[in-house]
Design a protein around this ligand. Structure first.
Ligand code: GLY
Length: 318
């Protein structure tokens, strides 16, 4: 099997000023993650590395640069899954750790559980040698600005992120921008990973779609792997990742069409926007977003293929 790595850097109403930073970050993440696949390492290693790369980059809403909750605090969600034994690690409401995705992998590999959260997740991370950062270290100026803007909109009565309607679609599109990766390795093993700071101005304790299997992340060697991004309340109610895989497995819909159909139906029925990246078990790629933009990219046959605007595709050598 030819190895493939596919990543996204979040769907949303991404301002033009943030486009080039995101594209640079996508390329770096692909190069960092694909190096491992090229060395014969597993798809699990590759998706973890690709996501770690974006967690370090403040162009993305994950790790350093995460969105802030209404108290100005970073609370992060992440999940990782492998498609051979359907093992997974999920975590939520994690604070002050640079790489939630690696903590999620430890949950998968070092516990008998699948999902942990809150202060216990932080304690678990510490026992596995993740050093907590000084409080507030993950907060960036951009994230503070976004929270200020959110609070201004809220003061004008435009805080509708938790139950979007057609009228406030615009506010919903400004959210999200989670990061994620899906890969298949030489052995045909599929893995998927997703990491996020959630959405700006969320209630403390709010959990999004990203750590929930079948919503933000799923991997099954028998079908494919998915990572999603966008409005979490919408994605979790629609089970976006699972719906895409069902179209592939139950209705034999090709992967690109399945990714498109499920995401489009989600937005038609629930208003909130989002995007998804999908790899099927043959290594075919599906990429679609109902938001204005989504940063995405993949490596196939030693070429980087990437984009962020609808209908736009760039190619360059790895
Ligand atoms: N999709 C990220 C979130 O809503 O939390």
């Amino acid at each position: 099997m030819k190895p493939i790595l596919l990543v996204h850097g979040g769907a949303g109403d991404i301002p033009a000023s943030r486009v080039s930073g995101k594209l640079d970050g996508i390329k770096k993440s692909l190069r960092d993650g694909f190096k491992l696949l090229n060395n014969g390492q597993s798809s699990l290693d590759a998706v973890e590395e690709a996501v770690r790369s974006m967690e370090l980059d403040d162009n993305f809403n994950a790790g350093y640069g995460s969105c802030l909750n209404s108290d100005g605090i970073v609370e992060m969600d992440a999940s990782i899954m492998e498609g051979k034994y359907l093992k997974a690690g999920c975590l939520t409401l994690l604070q002050d750790i640079m790489h939630p995705i690696s903590v999620a992998r430890k949950v998968m590999e070092k516990t008998n559980h699948t999902f942990i959260g809150g202060e216990s997740a932080l304690k678990f991370a510490e026992t596995h040698n993740f050093k907590p950062l000084t409080k507030g270290s993950l907060v960036t100026e951009n994230a503070k600005l976004a929270l200020d803007e959110f609070k201004e909109r809220q003061a004008k009565g435009l805080d509708t992120i938790f139950s979007p309607t057609e009228l406030d679609k615009k506010s919903v599109e400004e959210l999200g921008e989670t990061v994620g990766a899906v890969a298949i390795d030489v052995d045909g093993n599929i893995a998927a990973a997703t990491s996020t700071g959630g959405i700006t101005g969320k209630m403390p304790g709010r959990i999004g779609d990203s750590p929930i299997l079948g919503c933000g992340t799923y991997a099954d060697n028998e079908i494919g792997g998915v990572s999603t991004t966008g409005h979490g309340e919408t994605i979790m109610r629609f089970n976006l990742a699972q719906r895409i895989l069902q179209l592939i497995s139950l209705k034999q819909v090709p992967v690109q069409q399945a990714t498109e159909d499920a995401t489009r139906e989600m937005t038609q029925r629930l208003i909130g926007t989002g995007g998804a990246i999908t790899l099927d078990k043959q290594g075919e790629v599906g990429i679609y977003f109902s938001s204005e933009r989504m940063a995405w990219g993949y490596v196939k046959d030693n070429k980087l293929i990437y984009g962020i605007n609808k209908g736009e595709i760039y190619r360059e050598d790895l």
